[in-house]
Design a protein around this ligand. Structure first.
Ligand SMILES: *[C@@H]1O[C@H](CO)[C@@H](O)[C@H](O)[C@H]1NC(C)=O
Length: 97
């Protein structure tokens, strides 16, 4: 278990950093909407939260004290994905059509 609000704020910050530092451009470039809208950012957030939740339970951390290292590991995986030019951050449940 973890606190939804704390983790939510933290993941928002993680995504925001990926946005301002550049890596998230891969995703926005690939979804090819004219200019990214705030809605696109929300969708990335939903995807990242969903993925983090799976990651957290797969990793089976003993308690919330593991949040720091788990977050770093997850962030590395996220940045690695974004380093591949074809990456789109989207979950199955977000696919349109
Ligand atoms: C997110 O969590 C990390 C690790 O616990 C911490 O160092 C960082 O300050 C947190 N960032 C925010 C915005 O809460």
């Amino acid at each position: 278990r973890y606190s939804l609000a704390i983790v939510g704020i933290n993941l928002t910050n993680m995504i925001y950093q990926a946005l301002v530092n550049g890596p998230l451009r891969t995703h926005f470039y690939n979804i090819a909407e004219k200019a990214p809208r705030i809605q696109d950012f929300h969708e990335v957030y939903c995807h990242v939260f969903w993925e983090f939740d799976k990651f957290w339970f797969d990793e089976e951390p003993v308690d919330i004290m593991q949040f720091g290292p788990m977050r770093d590991k997850f962030n590395r995986k996220l940045l690695h994905k974004l380093s591949k030019s074809q990456t789109i951050l989207q979950s199955e449940f977000q696919k349109k059509e």
